[in-house]
Write a protein that binds this ligand. Structure first.
Ligand code: AMP
Length: 218
């Protein structure tokens, strides 16, 4: 049976970095609803205009739309052998829908929490920068690029600062996580599908723990 890996953790916990590594090293498609919404913002459509204020404030996109894009994306052929969800599910309705999608696809679900205390998360979010070319993620406090605001590998491009990584939006995103998404941890825990990894360490030891869980030690 192939597996749906639900990577959980507050915004700034490092889920995206870990999901990208799993994709690179294990060939598992990384499906980030946040990335998909940000890509949609760039299209000149009414949907982009609908999404813009939601993402700008750090609130959640309505469940029906979110579920629709996940169902669509995970139905693609590259997802047949399993995939990683980064940033989905975030609400009980989304988690319930994922159970149905998993049954339809013949997949089983495993959840991994990248656990980081709230005090550290705010700095991680406001300090985050990424390379628009290769997607490499930096942090001005914890992992600065060699030269100010440019990628180590692409020195001719300026790093991106996500519009929703400012202090005010970060606070809303953390509160939204606490209220809406944290209850899902209890849900996966109660059904014995929740694994926890200590997300305060460097990227590699966290990755090693996650990889062991994903491959079942194989
Ligand atoms: P992320 O990159 O995962 O932090 O997501 C960025 C933003 O996209 C969030 O603050 C939400 O506005 C929206 N978003 C991402 N995933 C979801 C989801 N599963 N449900 C609702 N909104 C989402």
């Amino acid at each position: 049976m192939s597996k749906i890996i639900v990577l959980m953790g507050a915004p700034g916990a490092g889920k995206g970095t870990q999901a990208r590594l799993l994709q690179e090293r294990r060939g598992l498609p990384q499906i980030s609803t946040g990335d998909m919404f940000r890509a949609l913002l760039k299209t000149q459509t009414p949907l982009a205009e609908e999404l813009r204020p939601i993402l700008a404030t750090g609130a959640l996109v309505p469940d029906d739309l979110t579920i629709r894009i996940v169902r669509e994306r995970t139905g693609q052929p590259d997802c047949l052998g399993g995939y990683i969800l980064d940033g989905f599910p975030r609400t009980t309705a989304q988690a319930e829908m994922l159970e149905k999608i998993a049954v339809e696809q013949g997949n089983e679900i495993g959840a991994i929490l990248v656990d980081v205390p709230f005090e550290i998360l705010e700095k991680r979010m406001t300090g985050r920068r990424s390379c628009p070319v290769c997607g490499e993620i930096y942090n001005v406090y914890f992992k600065p690029p060699k030269m100010d605001n440019v990628c180590d590998l692409h020195p001719d491009v300026q790093l991106n600062h996500r519009a929703d990584d400012n202090a005010e939006t970060s606070k809303v995103r953390l509160e939204t996580y606490e209220q809406q998404t944290q209850p899902l941890l209890d849900y996966y825990n109660a059904t014995e599908r929740l694994h926890r990894v200590d997300g305060t360490r460097d990227v590699e030891p966290i990755y090693n723990d996650i990889e062991k869980i994903v491959t079942g030690g194989r």
